[in-house]
Design a protein around this ligand. Structure first.
Ligand code: ADP
Length: 489
């Protein structure tokens, strides 16, 4: 039996999970990560807290598994994407707090770049949109606001990267500055088509190349941990951003395979193989974890409010006690009684991209009950996801036969059944809920040249077959689109 250590550095917590070759988790350690909001729209993390918390979890997970560091064949890492850290190469000390992906402080910088007419070219090269979400504007902000940083960056004294690069630098004792394509592709600086940093965009944005990490395949050699950290060096053999790690962990490695993560929001990724299709539905084109010699791609879409709509029923309306209560309540009525809820609490994402849309409930009658609202909430999650998949199928032209699901709300059987009914295809809920960490462990095994982690072969999965007619699904979708129109700015 071989063991692999997955480090899963997320937005709200850092986790470490030891996986055995049979693909099962052996031990887990977790620590919460503090969120800092120094000004409205600003979101920061402490890079040292990220590192120390992750290291502490790694040590505790190894101990909890009853193992020694020498028993760990390799480490795989997965991380919150886009979040940006600037540090000094000589000391490994950060020069500033991490600017988190949610941080909007660089909205003006992005608007300025759009005014310069760069929007189209940026999308063409990176598959993304000129938005504060991605790293480039955050790097520009750091260089502009830290005295002397620009000059020092140009002299090669500083390094800047996403959380994977930061952790890798610390783990290797400052020996390796690297990242993988799935993280690089979230910076707004990676040329998807050439598979390297874009000199053109670096020049447009006036960012020094000397700051950036070397891009290596997601499975392979990322160096070894400094011997002082765990007693013996451990090879680091896998890195991928969280959503791409989940895609890989779900076994979605062939064109047309798709996964949707049902958490606070939903994140859907469709593997598109060697093609990087340009979206006409407001989706992003990104890189899947790279396991071979060439890049493979994915379309990505997100639903802003999914599980958070369930939280609203709990905290805002008080009609359920806990999130899981929604299932029984929604199942107590046969349908939503004509009620459609559009949870555009923070605007609408793909395919509408309307920041000014707001939450809307239509179709309320004297007979509407909290059960109808609960049901309409689950339908809203499924409807928004169905719209994403429709866009992905049209953009990619790929046949899609089933969708894989994970995340906290995938525990809801009624939601999964509604999803299968709306899509007209089976929805398969993963047996191991930790698909993100599992993906990192799988990459590590592959990168280490070890035998692959065993597949569950469908054991423990839950499969929801579509039962409703296409007429039913089509009429739900057209009702939904009418309600969305009402919610828009
Ligand atoms: P995140 O990683 O985004 O924090 P999780 O994957 O932990 O999210 O899922 C938590 C979200 O799922 C919460 O928003 C919660 O409201 C929702 N949720 C949890 N259990 C259920 C359930 N049984 N039915 C519907 N939603 C649920």
């Amino acid at each position: 039996m071989a063991f692999f250590l997955a480090l899963d550095q997320g937005t709200t917590s850092s986790r470490a999970i030891v996986f055995a070759t049979n693909g099962q988790p052996v031990s887990v350690a977790q620590v919460a990560l503090q969120q800092h909001f120094p000004q409205p729209g600003w979101v920061e993390h402490d890079p040292q807290e990220i590192w120390q918390g992750q290291l502490d979890c790694a040590r505790r997970a190894i101990a909890a598994a009853g193992l020694q560091a020498a028993d760990i064949r390799a480490i795989g890492m997965t991380n919150q994407r886009e979040t940006t850290i600037l540090w000094e190469r000589a000391t490994g000390k950060p020069l500033h707090a991490a600017l988190v992906w949610q941080d909007r402080r660089t909205a003006d910088w992005c608007a300025l770049q759009r005014e310069r007419g760069l929007g189209e070219r940026v999308s063409e090269l990176t598959g993304l949109v000129l938005d504060p979400y991605f790293s480039a504007s955050k790097i520009a902000w750091l260089l502009q606001h830290i005295p002397g940083a620009r000059q020092r960056a140009e002299r090669g004294e500083l390094a800047c990267g996403t959380v994977d690069s930061w952790l890798l630098w610390q783990l290797t004792g400052g020996r390796v500055l690297a990242t993988d394509p799935s993280n690089a592709a979230r910076t707004l600086l990676f040329d998807l088509h050439r598979g390297c940093w874009s000199e053109e965009l670096l020049a447009h944005f006036d960012l020094p190349r000397a700051l950036l990490a070397e891009v290596r395949p997601s499975a392979g050699d990322f160096g070894q941990t400094d011997a002082a950290l765990f007693g013996v060096p451990i090879p680091i053999c896998g890195i991928a951003g969280d959503q791409q790690a989940a895609l890989f962990g779900q076994g979605c490695t062939t064109p047309g395979s798709v996964k949707n993560t049902y958490g606070t929001g939903c994140f859907m990724l469709l593997h598109t193989g060697g093609q990087a299709p340009r979206s006409h539905h407001g989706l992003l084109t990104t890189v899947a974890a790279q396991t071979g010699s060439s890049l493979e791609f994915a379309l990505e879409g997100s639903v802003f409010s999914a599980g958070s709509a369930v939280q609203w029923l709990r905290d805002g309306l008080g009609i359920i006690q806990q999130a899981s209560d929604i299932e029984a309540l929604a199942a107590s009525v046969p349908d939503s009684g004509g009620v459609v809820l559009v949870p555009a609490f923070t605007g609408l994402g793909s395919p509408w991209w309307d920041a000014h849309a707001r939450g809307t409930i239509v179709g309320i009658t004297r007979g509407t009950s909290r059960a109808h609202l609960a049901r309409a909430t689950l339908e809203a999650i499924a409807l928004q996801s169905a719209e994403l998949l429709t866009g992905m199928r049209e953009d990619s032209g790929l046949p899609v036969n089933a969708m894989r699901a994970d995340g906290g709300a995938s525990a809801n059987g009624l939601l999964m059944q509604l999803q299968a009914d709306l899509l007209g295809m089976p929805v398969i809920v993963a047996a191991v809920p930790e698909t993100t960490a599992l993906g990192a462990a799988r990459l590590a095994a592959l990168g280490a040249g070890a035998s692959p982690l065993q597949d569950a072969d469908g054991r423990g999965e839950r499969v929801y077959e579509p039962r409703a007619s296409r007429d039913w699904a089509d009429s739900r979708l057209s009702e939904w689109r009418r309600a969305v129109e009402r919610s828009r700015a």
